[in-house]
Design a protein around this ligand. Structure first.
Ligand code: NAP
Length: 563
């Protein structure tokens, strides 16, 4: 456990002193940068983090094989040139330990820990209309008041165990990829079952197969995956980035769809001759990474084009996997490629050629229950010493709605969002003044490079708060009409893509009962940034501002809020 340094600010605030300017919830990459920027502009802030250290998703996801699918040179902060020049990445795609080291380095370098309370989860945040303050309560019984509450809670931080009967009866060990034990797990000599073949499962399976005596993979839906071709960082490649970082970061801002620079194509797949298409897919497959999905510019909007890429990947799977029946089960056929987050792997399909790995198709033999000793499907009982749940997250809204958030007149965010998340620009929800969400639903968020998206939101929010301070405003709130227009626009641009054709977590489809709404903004980071900047330049059109009336001398500036 990292030693906690209580700051004077946090201690004073927690003891009921002067309200803070800002409470930040979460100390992952979003929370860290938010704290840094707030300090730079002279706002008093503290952050609460439920983990015992910084890093967010890279603190929790310690499963073997956990690795970022955006290249290290781009999945990194751009706000400090010294940081980006001095930090040295060890691999083309950084693994979880290196990413956690990076987050720790940033926390040390900018002296952020003194304003973070670790091992502390925020349970409730209620808005007090009279004082225009948020009243925040933690699981350690602390209460504090702050003008702004900023949710840096992450999009993939509420991990989900599936609703499978009998988990409590199981006498072996079980693990969720998103809550991996810090001390690691030794599966040597064990019969291990993995449930789930999304990005996490696909990364973990090759590593688990190297250790376990026998690995059974329980697959419900086959997923598209492209090889990472990960390698130690090439010095010349690193230098080529560092020599041109300012220009390249700017290019990411103005000339990409996701904030990550890929090799863009000006061609449509349907218009390219078949042999050229094949050559281009092959070239990108050999280079590795998500760059594959940029081979042509219409893969996500034209079903016929998409099918050419999907066919190519299916052919690769059939070429890699020796058993044709297994290859057929691994070849995805029920959704267009890319409509579920494309996976990036190291030797995933090759792993099925190992003698100790077996694929169980849950479409032909669904899971009936977990027993004391293993897993019962409609066909067999599989004895297992350990089960790994790679079953994903209540994405984008799960962590937010896990907190009892109440806005104006006590309205609950969970009720406000019962039919799916509604926000203006993914930054604020009407009825919840002074509550910002970093990379919230309605922004490009998970469809983009997350650190890139975080930086844009943090900078926009900071500028907005400074503007409010200069103008003497106490509260900012999204207007309902602006929110309605934005939500309609988010849906409209999503409908113009193929994304709605998959039962993905983007749509909430993986959580029973969750409203089926496409949550991230598909319009691209350039259009999104332009919209955010235009709103700011027009004195924050679509938001309204208020000033708290001065109280008569002696009158308290708060009212009781039931926390
Ligand atoms: P996921 O993509 O939601 O995959 C969950 C898997 O569990 C799916 O295969 C799902 O099958 C299966 N599953 C869920 N409930 C089940 C049940 N009751 N029975 C059988 N199977 C069940 O979750 P994830 O793999 O953790 O990935 C989530 C996201 O995290 C990714 O899409 C990515 O954005 C991010 N991530 C990124 C990286 C990276 O940077 N490389 C690595 C890991 C994760 P169905 O498809 O049939 O529902």
């Amino acid at each position: 456990m990292v030693k906690q340094t209580d700051s004077a600010t946090a201690a004073q605030a927690a003891s009921g002193g002067t309200p803070l300017d800002v409470v930040v919830v979460g100390a992952g990459f979003a929370g860290l940068y938010m704290l840094h920027r707030l300090r730079q502009v002279g706002l008093r802030a503290c952050a609460f983090e439920r983990g015992d250290d910084v890093g967010g998703v890279w603190y929790w996801n310690r499963y073997p094989g956990a690795r970022c699918d955006v290249e290290s040179m781009q999945y990194s902060y751009s706000f400090s040139d010294e940081l980006q020049q001095q930090w040295r990445w060890g691999e083309r795609f950084a693994g979880q330990p290196e990413l956690l080291d990076y987050a720790r380095h940033v926390a040390e370098r900018f002296d952020l820990r003194r304003d973070i309370r670790f091992g502390t989860a925020v349970k409730a945040a209620h808005y007090n209309q009279a004082s225009a303050l948020w009243e925040v309560c933690t699981d350690r019984g602390e209460r504090l008041r702050a003008r702004f509450c900023i949710m840096a809670t992450g999009c993939l931080s509420a991990s989900r165990m599936p609703d499978i009967e009998g988990i409590a009866d199981y006498q072996g060990k079980h693990y969720h990829t998103g809550r991996w034990p810090h001390e690691g797990v030794d599966f040597s000599g064990q019969r291990v079952g993995v449930i789930g073949t999304g990005s996490s499962g696909i990364q973990a399976i090759p590593m688990l197969a190297q250790q376990a005596q026998q690995l059974l993979v329980f697959q419900r839906t086959a997923n598209f995956s492209v090889p990472a071709r990960n390698a130690p960082m090439d010095d010349a490649y690193e230098r080529s980035w560092k020599d041109h970082y300012p220009a390249l970061r700017e290019r990411a801002r103005v000339d990409t769809t996701s904030g990550t620079i890929y090799e863009k194509s000006a061609r449509k797949a349907v218009e390219a001759p078949a042999h050229e298409r094949q050559r281009e897919f092959e070239r990108r497959w050999e280079k590795g990474g998500v760059n594959f999905m940029h081979a042509f510019n219409d893969l996500m909007v034209d079903a016929r084009s998409n099918e050419t890429a999907a066919d190519f990947v299916r052919a690769q799977i059939r070429a890699i996997v020796r058993d044709p029946a297994v290859a057929e089960l691994l070849a995805p056929k029920d959704h267009p490629i890319g409509t579920k987050r494309i996976c990036v792997d190291s030797d995933y399909f090759e792993t099925y050629n190992r003698d100790n790995v077996r694929l169980i198709d849950l479409r032909t033999e669904p899971i009936e229950r977990i027993t004391a000793t293993g897993l019962q499907t409609g066909r067999s009982h599989y004895p297992l010493d350990a089960i790994v749940f790679a079953t994903g997250y209540d994405a984008m809204t799960g962590a937010l709605l896990g907190i009892d958030i109440r806005g104006r007149s006590g309205a609950r965010l969970s009720e406000h969002w019962a039919g799916g998340p509604r926000s203006y620009l993914g930054l604020m929800a009407a009825g919840f003044p002074n509550l910002f969400t970093i990379t919230g639903p309605g922004s490009p968020s998970v469809l983009s490079n997350m650190i890139f998206a975080i930086e844009q939101h943090v900078e926009w929010i900071t500028d907005c708060m400074v503007w409010m301070r200069d103008k003497g405003h106490d509260s900012i709130e999204a207007e309902v009409a602006a929110q309605d227009d934005w939500v309609a626009h988010v849906n409209q641009v999503a409908d113009a893509t193929l994304f709605n054709q998959a039962n993905s977590w983007y749509l909430g489809a993986n959580v029973p009962g969750k409203a089926r709404v496409f949550m991230p903004y598909t319009g691209g980071v350039v259009a999104y940034r332009q919209k955010c900047d235009a709103v700011a330049d027009s004195a924050y059109q679509g938001f309204r501002f208020e000033r708290v009336p001065a109280k008569p001398a002696g009158a308290a500036n708060t009212q009781d809020v039931d926390l």
